[in-house]
Design a protein around this ligand. Structure first.
Ligand code: DAT
Ligand code: MG
Length: 139
């Protein structure tokens, strides 16, 4: 069993897509073990996306991610890190296939509706940036 960090981004929260995005992972058979609606403090956004510091899109990314509430979650399931990335589709929604979350709900790379950890190391790091261990339920 593996855990990952997923986050409905501010564009999707604004558009009322939390439920439909959460449903995809529920339908797949994964378990949500933590979830909270929150506005990300700038310092946390910077830590979360530190790998992108200095890139041309970094400033817009931080201001976008702190522009309104996100729905931050921890999910659990077999091979969930790779499978949830497949379900999300390519980073650029113009390349994401129909049937994926970004393919179905987004059309711009800087407004791509969802974040998901890309490796066991980033999952562990991101889960603990956003949650304390006691906030995770034991299934
Ligand atoms: P992912 O979110 O698929 O892990 P990433 O880690 O490469 O993608 O980038 C983090 C976020 O930064 C991404 O979800 C949207 C934004 N981003 C990435 N590449 C971008 C680009 N070329 N122009 C604008 N925003 C970009
Ligand atoms: Mg990434």
């Amino acid at each position: 069993m593996q855990q990952t960090f997923l986050m409905v981004k501010p564009d999707a929260v604004r558009r009322g897509l939390i439920g439909r995005i959460v449903s995809r992972f529920e339908e797949k058979g994964f378990q949500m073990v933590a979830g909270k609606l929150m506005v990300i403090p700038e310092e946390l956004a910077r830590k979360h996306y530190s790998e992108h510091e200095g890139k041309p899109f970094y400033k817009d990314l931080i201001s976008f991610m702190t522009s309104g509430p996100v729905f931050a979650m921890v999910w659990e399931g077999n091979d969930i890190i790779d499978l949830s990335r497949m379900m999300m589709g390519s980073t650029d929604p113009q390349k994401a296939l129909p049937g994926t979350i970004r393919g179905d709900f987004a059309n711009l790379v800087n407004r791509n509706v969802i974040h998901g950890s890309d490796s066991p190391e980033s999952a562990d790091r991101e889960i603990h940036l956003f949650f304390d261990d006691h906030e995770l339920v034991k299934c």
